[in-house]
Each structure stands twice: as structure tokens, then as C-alpha cells.
Design a protein around this ligand. Structure first.
Ligand SMILES: C[S@@+](CC[C@H](N)C(=O)[O-])C[C@H]1O[C@@H](n2cnc3c(N)ncnc32)[C@H](O)[C@@H]1O
Length: 327
């Protein structure tokens, strides 16, 4: 009797269906909080100096599990890093580790031309810019006006005013900007999603807007944005498709659709170097739906005290298509 279940019961059932014997682990994790995590903007200050300042203000800080990441373990009166002047002045940047991991998988390198298709608030864009140190090769697209300008402000405060920002719908970008279509070495497709990976039962606000009907609806937009990312990518280029959600419809099903549609698209194995038990392979079978086996190369990041729930697929547009893409 689905209709008599509370929203929370529906959510728990969904996690059981997706994660099977790992569901209890996930449920335990989201019943507790997650640490605040951050990275230091080396354009503005040296790491040791920043850590010294934070420790002087009685933050207990430790290195995080990803290179360049730090964890706020505790602080005086529960003060957050995001409330400090160091954050306000762009010296430190508060960012979830799963979000950082999405960029690590893309592995941006100096000299590469990189497109971030759904970019606001610019957390991943600025991280990409910090890793390549060539912001003039980084393009950030965002369609929502308010979010577009807050992203610009955010990039500016971190010292990345040279990132090329485009206020546009990601869908149909290749028609609007033919001059840059098919020219990117790497594309990040961090789509709008149902945000289930950020749910913590200890924080009511994080669950308030959960709607079991959203995943199916939003997956249509996600497919269009992924197709746009494919068009912008040059042959041989790499693309990360990521969400901060658990829904099969928004994750594996979208990637499966893209693999069917674009014959020259392939999945690349993800190597993260982080402790194994936070990762599981992408699903290739869900409620009787059998998908392309290559989707097992995608990763689901399980939530814990450090990470939020996340999905990452790494795709490569091959140098020459095996046969023309299906219409
Ligand atoms: C998951 S958030 C991106 C977070 C961002 N990548 C970061 O790490 O800071 C998705 C973003 O996509 C934007 N968006 C939604 N639909 C879009 C579209 N059709 N074209 C471009 N951006 C879109 C949303 O406004 C939102 O800012």
C-alpha cells in the first residue's frame, strides 16, 4: 500500500531497492551529520598560514581523504568555516568532498580547454581553475540569472575573473555557440537533480523538498544536457556526468540512454584512490531493467561522515565513430 507510506518510509524503501545489503550502511550514515569540509585557495594564502589562523580561532582541523581537502572536526561554539572571514574573502572554500571528487575524476590539466555545463555556484568551476591555473581556458555555463551572477561573484572572490562565463541554457548550446562546439578536451555535466544524496535525517530541511515524482521528470532534462555535453566535446575528449542523487532514473538510466544514442561514446573505469568501502559500482540491473554492462564502470559514492551520496560516470568520445550516431 504505497499510498499509506510516509515520505520517509518511501525514501527508505527506495534506498533498500537501490543499495540492497549496503542500504543499512547508507541509512546509518544519513541518520548522522557530515563534517564541514573545505579546500584552501593557494592564490590567496599559504596552507600553513591558513591552518594556523583557523587553529588560533580554536578550530580542530585535520587533513581530508582527498588531496588538498581539510575537515572541520570541531570548533568553539560550533562556529563554521563558512562563517569566517577567511571564507568570506575567498581564502578558504567550503566544498563537499563528493563535489571535489567529481572534479578529480575529470582530472583537469594545465592547457586543457574545459567546459562546466551547469556551473553555479561555481564550486567545481573554481576547483578546476585552481588545478589548471589557466582560468581563460575554462568555460562556465549557467542558465538561471540569479545563480549566474552569484557564480560570477564567487569566482571573482576566489581570484578567477578570467573564467569565461556564459549565461545560457546548456541545452542547444552547440547551435547558439557553433564556434566552440566540438572543441573541448573535457566537459563536466553536473546536472540539476533531485538532490537525494544531501539528505540527512538529522537535518529536516535537507529532506523537506524530497519528491518521489521528481526523478523521472527531471531525467528528461538531464538527458538533453548530457547530449549537449557530448556535442561540445572534441573527439577523444572526456566527460564526467555527475549527480548528487541516488535515483536510478537520474543516474545509470541516463548514461545508458547516452551510450545507446551515441555509438562513439564509451565508459572509462574510475580510479579515485579513496578507501574502497565508500564506493559501489553503477547498477546494471534494476527492477528488471538490464542495462549496458559498461555502466558498472560508473561509481556511486556512499554517504558517510565525510562524503555525501553522489554518482559519477566518466565517458570518452572516441576518436572515430564506429558507425553513425542514431537519431
Ligand atoms: C547541481 S547544480 C551545479 C553545481 C555546480 N556544478 C557546482 O559544483 O558548484 C546544477 C545547476 O544547473 C543549473 N541549471 C539547471 N538547468 C540548466 C540548464 N538547462 N542549463 C544550464 N544550467 C542549468 C541550475 O540552476 C544549477 O545552478
Amino acid at each position: 500500500m504505497e499510498n499509506n507510506l510516509t515520505k520517509r518510509e518511501l525514501f527508505v524503501n527506495k534506498l533498500n531497492e537501490i543499495f540492497g545489503d549496503k542500504a543499512e550502511y547508507v541509512l546509518n550514515a544519513i541518520s548522522g551529520p557530515r563534517y564541514e569540509t573545505f579546500r584552501i585557495n593557494s592564490k590567496k594564502s599559504g596552507v600553513d598560514k591558513v591552518l594556523e589562523k583557523l587553529r588560533e580561532t580554536e578550530f580542530e582541523i585535520t587533513e581530508g581523504p582527498l588531496a588538498g581537502s581539510f575537515v572541520n572536526l570541531s570548533s568553539l561554539h560550533g562556529l563554521k568555516i563558512s562563517q569566517t572571514n577567511l571564507f568570506k574573502n575567498g581564502v578558504v572554500y567550503v566544498q563537499g568532498l563528493s563535489s571535489m571528487l567529481g572534479v578529480n575524476v575529470l582530472d583537469p590539466k594545465p592547457g586543457e580547454k574545459i567546459l562546466d555545463l551547469c556551473a553555479s555556484p561555481g564550486s567545481k568551476t573554481s576547483y578546476i581553475a585552481s588545478l589548471t591555473d589557466e582560468p581563460e581556458n575554462i568555460y562556465a555555463v549557467e542558465n538561471n540569472s540569479t545563480r549566474f551572477y552569484s557564480m560570477k561573484k564567487n569566482l571573482l572572490s576566489q581570484g578567477y575573473s578570467h573564467v569565461i562565463t556564459i549565461k545560457s541554457n546548456a541545452v542547444g548550446l552547440s547551435t547558439r555557440y557553433p564556434q566552440i562546439c566540438g572543441t573541448f578536451d573535457k566537459v563536466l555535466v553536473d546536472v540539476p537533480c533531485s538532490n537525494e544524496g544531501n539528505v540527512r535525517f538529522s537535518d529536516e530541511g535537507s529532506f523537506k523538498f524530497w519528491n518521489p515524482k521528481l526523478p523521472k521528470k527531471i531525467s528528461m532534462l538531464q538527458k538533453k544536457i548530457l547530449a549537449s555535453g557530448y556535442n561540445m566535446l572534441k573527439p577523444g575528449g572526456l566527460m564526467v556526468y555527475s549527480t548528487c542523487t541516488y535515483s536510478f532514473e537520474e543516474n545509470e538510466a541516463v548514461v545508458n540512454w547516452a551510450l545507446k544514442k551515441f555509438s562513439d561514446l564509451d565508459m572509462v573505469e574510475i580510479k579515485t584512490g579513496i578507501k574502497k568501502f565508500t564506493l559501489v559500482q553503477g547498477l546494471t540491473l534494476h527492477k528488471g531493467d538490464k542495462l549496458d554492462e559498461r555502466i558498472s564502470r560508473a561509481s556511486r559514492i556512499l554517504p558517510d561522515k565525510y562524503f555525501d551520496g553522489f554518482f559519477i560516470a566518466l565517458l570518452r568520445k572516441q576518436l572515430s565513430p564506429a558507425y553513425p550516431a542514431r537519431k
